[in-house]
Design a protein around this ligand. Structure first.
Ligand code: NAG
Ligand code: NAG
Ligand code: NAG
Ligand code: NAG
Length: 249
């Protein structure tokens, strides 16, 4: 059959072309570290519906803290950004009933001290510390998932995590439709007024905290995942190319 050498020739040609193209694409990506500094404010402003959260980040100075942590963090950060709608669905006066310190805790509760991609959420073990947790295991959240749905749960309320605004190590920003209500502030027990020993909320730290925990895998996981994604794309493209060749013959 004459078509057999022709097929081999075409396939070789296709493979060479494909690898040349991908090689090019990769070398274009290679000069990687983008100099553009991460800008949470910019990301949220662009989203257009995070005015209240932006104001809280500013007033509590947690925003500044996050920016400097992003510069120094080995584990990255994950932010749950409640929409303006989420805030307006709170009972009237909820924010104003909190002390300044409690507002700081509430905002820090929306920040996880690690970069979580959607896939790392699915394999995380509960409870998960937030930036409000300090060392005492309070102000934690649980991440629950079933098939394609991942939720964040506070013990008081829960909301799906399915809409990311930014997803590139070291920063993940997810939009959430509810303000996460920590049990420490909104649980069944009488709030704040009780002078319980647990009421020593973390101060807004000016300096970045030491990245504790041996979770260096956080750095490698997302990039491994995206590498896998790319190679899947390659296989798909190659398959499509071969199918075209097949239909030509
Ligand atoms: C972040 O973005 C906002 C709005 O786009 C801008 O006003 C601000 O100067 C930026 N900050 C940095 C550090 O780039
Ligand atoms: C973060 O690093 C960039 C560049 O390295 C610097 O311009 C910026 O001021 C730093 N921001 C903070 C809050 O430390
Ligand atoms: C996620 O939360 C929704 C309510 O917001 C609930 O209906 C659903 O069962 C939850 N799913 C999981 C996996 O927790
Ligand atoms: C998280 O889940 C654990 C069990 O895994 C449970 O004991 C705890 O109350 C939950 N905490 C929250 C905040 O939902």
């Amino acid at each position: 059959m004459a078509s057999s050498p022709m097929l081999i020739g075409l396939t070789t040609f296709l493979l060479l072309t494909a690898s040349a193209l991908f090689g090019q694409a990769e070398s274009k990506v290679a000069p990687g570290p983008k100099p553009a500094p991460l800008n949470l404010t910019g990301i949220l402003e662009k989203g257009g519906q995070y005015g209240t959260f932006l104001r809280l980040l500013r007033e509590t100075q947690v925003g500044e803290q996050i920016e400097s942590q992003l510069n120094n963090s080995f584990n990255g950060l994950t932010i749950f950004a409640p929409t303006d709608n989420a805030f307006s669905n709170l009972k009237a006066g909820t924010l104003n009933s909190l002390t300044t310190q409690e507002q700081v805790s509430l905002v820090l509760y929306h920040v996880l001290p690690r970069y979580y991609s959607p896939t790392t959420f699915e394999t995380t073990s509960n409870p998960v510390n937030t930036q409000a947790s300090g060392r005492s295991g309070v102000y934690t959240v649980n991440i629950t998932s079933s098939s394609n749905q991942v939720n964040v749960s506070t013990g008081v309320n829960q909301t799906p995590i399915n809409n990311n605004l930014y997803l590139e190590f070291p920063l993940a920003v997810y939009s959430v439709d509810k303000v996460l209500l920590p049990a420490e502030l909104f649980g069944a027990k009488p709030p704040a007024s009780s002078p319980s020993p647990a009421s020593t909320p973390v101060k807004p730290k000016k300096s970045a905290p030491a990245a504790d925990g041996p979770s260096a895998s956080a750095d490698t996981a997302p990039s491994a995942a995206s590498r896998k994604g790319r190679s899947v794309e390659r296989v798909l493209l190659l398959g499509i190319g071969l199918a075209c060749v097949g239909s030509l013959l």
